[in-house]
Write a protein that binds this ligand. Sequence first.
Ligand code: RIB
Length: 323
Amino acid sequence: MPTIYDVARHAEVSAATVSRVLNGNQTVDPAMTARVLKAVRELGYRPNAVARNLRRSRTTLWAVIISDIGNPFFTAMVRGIEDVAQQAGYSVVLCNTDEDPEKENTYVTAALSQQMAGVIISSSGSAKAAKHLMESSTPVVAIDRELAKGAVDTVMVDNEGGAYAATRHLIDVGYRRVACVTGPAGVSTADRRLRGYTKAIETAPIVRRADFREQGGFDAMASLLDDERPDAVFVANNLMAIGALRCLAARDVGIPGEMGVVGFDDIPWADLIRPSLTTVAQPTYELGRVAARLLADRIESPSGKPSTIILPAEMHVRQSSSR
Ligand code: RIB
């Protein structure tokens, strides 16, 4: 009776590749897939149903891997995931990577070795972790940030469109030197929001990159004030926007008169501070709900082409950009 290892040798691939092909994983190279299926036919291989069920009999746990447990953006998103997971009979294990690719890889390794039923990840950009996930047969959904160029089910907002609208709004109300503070290179939300800003700007881009954290936003704003002196700034996430506001207050820069400000990610009290903050809001709970639905469906039906769902981002215009 030929085994999966005989098929692997015959097709000159690894046993893991054979497993992925037989589980309908779409990321396997088509030539490899053909070699595996040919070897299965020629050897008359029949997957061992008991072994396959043992392999598949995973826990009823989902690993939800996020990049910053301290960021309120992720709170509502994880709530949306958990509500659907519970209804589908799964429990959630929350993993915080601290925007650290190495820590992300550690969590991905743990999730796979613990036979988690599925993984939902907002990636901090670890190529190693993405490769590890792609090579496993564990169902994966990318949420908020893309993973391996859409090779898995993905749900996110229109980051580029939201950033474009924010920048155009600042230009349309009369600001002429609009800067952008975005997140780390290689993180899809940071790069796509920068792309939206760059498409909208009519003058030379004025850009600072930071770490999606409050102090990073403060330092980026200080650098812009010292070196470029823009008259407006689009800040690509909530925590950096808070940092930028703290810097402008410390330097006694008037908002919106001397500096227009638009952030990304609504902040619960954005309309309570004075001046109230203009933001591009994401449907965070819905992001979580849709991602969880995608994962539950993928666990039930492992084969089939991955889907990408883009939810709209909505700008809430308030005082900080109303020149
Ligand atoms: O604040 C963290 C940022 O990273 C959010 O804008 C969210 O979109 C995530 O990508």
